[in-house]
Design a protein around this ligand. Structure first.
Ligand code: HEM
Length: 214
């Protein structure tokens, strides 16, 4: 029997997500190379260390703009509800395969991650611009640039740890990667992991098929 599918992400949303993900990987590689001498060889990915240094802030701006588009699209779905706190309090049950609470489009963990990503992105872009030589840094006193670089490194470390969890969770829950690759999920996936969202999508499609009738 053919499984029933529900659209979760449109093509532009998916392209946007993977552009952000690619930027993130390039930024993490070049950032780690600048930060730890042991990783300096990673600048080879960009050809030369000078090129890596030149493109790092530009890729950063592209990632920020891509994420800003994601933010504008998803922030409404990421407000916490009582069910999300229930989910978070029972995360061990969830890890053992038992869903908890009436979860909407995103669960408590995804929502927490969304706001963590947002905070890191804001810190990264503001501190990155302050430290961007030769364009912006000369306008700031040296102690401010030093503090900015410290905050930049901290935000990057937190974001890298967060994205490791994000990727792990996407692989852990079978059928989730498909949402961001093909744009669809199975009805069974939606019913199990996001029951409230499933009901909303069902009501929407029933409404649409009702209004399609002559
Ligand atoms: C590098 C590997 C990555 C993989 C494999 C991955 C995978 C996924 C998948 C499968 C989803 C869909 C989840 C669902 O609909 O339930 C998703 C959603 C999302 N991803 Fe990623 N992702 C990656 C990197 C990133 C990065 C670097 C960012 C941003 C810094 C990011 C931001 C988001 C956002 C904002 C969503 C929307 C869902 C939400 O609000 O939680 N992803 N990702």
């Amino acid at each position: 029997m053919k499984e029933k599918l529900i659209q979760r992400y449109t093509r532009p949303e998916r392209i946007n997500h993977w552009v952000v993900a690619l930027c993130f990987v390039l930024l993490a590689i070049s950032g780690l190379a600048f930060f730890y001498p042991a990783f300096f060889w990673l600048t080879g990915v960009f050809g030369t260390p000078q090129l890596a240094r030149m493109v790092h802030p530009i890729i950063g701006v592209v990632m920020f703009l891509g994420f800003a588009r994601q933010f504008l699209r998803y922030w409404r779905h990421n407000f916490f509800s009582g069910d999300d706190f229930k989910w978070m309090m029972s995360v061990w049950k969830v890890l053992n395969g038992h869903e908890v609470g009436d979860t909407g489009k995103y669960n408590g963990g995804q929502k927490g991650m969304f706001w963590l990503m947002t905070a890191c992105m804001l810190v990264l872009v503001v501190t990155g611009i302050i430290a961007w030589r030769p364009y912006f840094a000369p306008h700031f006193p040296i102690p401010v640039i030093r503090l900015a670089l410290l905050a930049h490194a901290w935000a990057a470390t937190v974001l890298i740890a967060g994205i490791i969890v994000h990727v792990y969770a996407a692989i852990w829950i079978k059928g989730t990667i498909r949402a961001m690759v093909e744009g669809v999920v199975t009805q069974a996936w939606a019913k199990k992991h996001h029951p409230k969202w499933y009901r909303e999508m069902l009501a929407k499609s029933q409404q649409q098929s009702g209004s399609d009738k002559p």
